[in-house]
Ligand binder design. Structure first.
Ligand code: BV8
Length: 235
């Protein structure tokens, strides 16, 4: 395998499945229990803020105490040992990449352990439940404090930085994502435009599988450490 200098990695909920966190679109996934438009859109929040705050309270509670799996740990090892650049862009709102030791990380869809105030726009870490009586720690306003998560119809974070990295990369790894949600699902096309080698590591072919040069289908906890070993051996 050629020596790659600039690696961009995209992860989705599938990388956290073996840590015990539900994915969205698999059988029994989150969207089989909740309607997207009710809990992951600004309109849903305006219509019934309590339902949305309770949904993210449940998501936050599930995330307490879960641990990274070998896939998260392998990506942190790749960043430590690879002599070139490695940027990890995650669609996930959990902290498993951080706990595993990844440093160069972008949470493009936000983080369930952060919140922000729509009155004063202060953003902060937030680990406990959030309800309509929760006062913003900066301005004291209640009823305007929400999870710092990007909902459908909202603009994902740091797209300029991600776009620049994709157009400069020579290896793009997509791990544990169904390739359903844009603009993340379109990243492979930007990477290919840059001439990068694009690899999908997923339990099953994603919606964008045809855009990849190479596909590895299996459990992330098994296939990601194996792929990282190959990369670091230059094999
Ligand atoms: C936006 C909230 C405007 C946080 C989420 C074209 C262009 C641009 C936008 C659109 C477009 N077409 C449509 C849109 C609008 C929309 C969209 O994409 N809709 C889809 C449904 C058609 N996009 C948006 O609204 C985005 N914003 O467009 O703003 C804009 C655009 C560009 C530039 C400027 C402005 C906002 C999208 C963000 C929405 N928020 N989450 C939360 O509650 O978590 S999205 C949600 O889906 C999660 O973040 C999740 O990460 C994400 C993607 O899902 P996946 O991670 O892929 O999870 P999924 O369950 O689908 O798949 C899991 C995969 O893992 C499966 O393939 C499975 O096989 C695999 N797997 C399972 N177990 C394992 C495994 N693989 C390996 N090992 C295992 N063990």
């Amino acid at each position: 395998m050629a020596e790659f200098r600039r690696i961009v990695i995209l992860t989705g909920s599938g990388i956290s499945a073996e840590s015990g966190i539900s994915t969205f679109r698999d059988k029994g996934g989150i969207w089989s229990k909740y309607k997207v438009e009710d809990v992951a859109t600004p309109e849903g929040f305006a219509r019934n803020p309590k339902l949305v705050l309770d949904f993210y309270n449940m998501r936050r509670q599930v995330h307490h105490g879960v641990q990274p799996n070998p896939a998260h740990l392998a990506l942190a090892r790749l960043e430590r040992e690879h002599t070139g650049d490695v940027l990890l862009v995650t669609q996930n709102v959990d902290q498993l990449h951080e706990i595993a030791g990844t440093g160069q990380l972008i949470h493009m869809h936000g983080e369930v352990f952060r919140a922000w105030c729509m009155a004063c726009e202060k953003r902060c870490a937030w680990r406990q439940d959030l309800d309509l009586e929760t006062a913003c720690p900066a301005c004291g306003t209640t009823g305007a404090f929400r999870p710092d998560v990007v909902w459908f119809g909202e603009t994902p974070y740091q797209l300029d930085r991600i776009g620049a990295a994709l157009l400069a990369c020579d290896l793009f790894l997509s791990i544990g994502t169904s390739g359903t949600v844009y603009p993340a699902a379109g990243f492979v096309k930007l990477a290919r435009k840059a001439g990068a080698h694009a690899v999908e590591i997923n339990l099953e072919p994603s919606e964008g599988v045809s855009f990849f040069n190479e596909t590895v289908h299996g459990f992330a906890g098994v296939e990601v450490p194996r792929y990282v070993d190959r990369l670091l051996r230059g094999g």
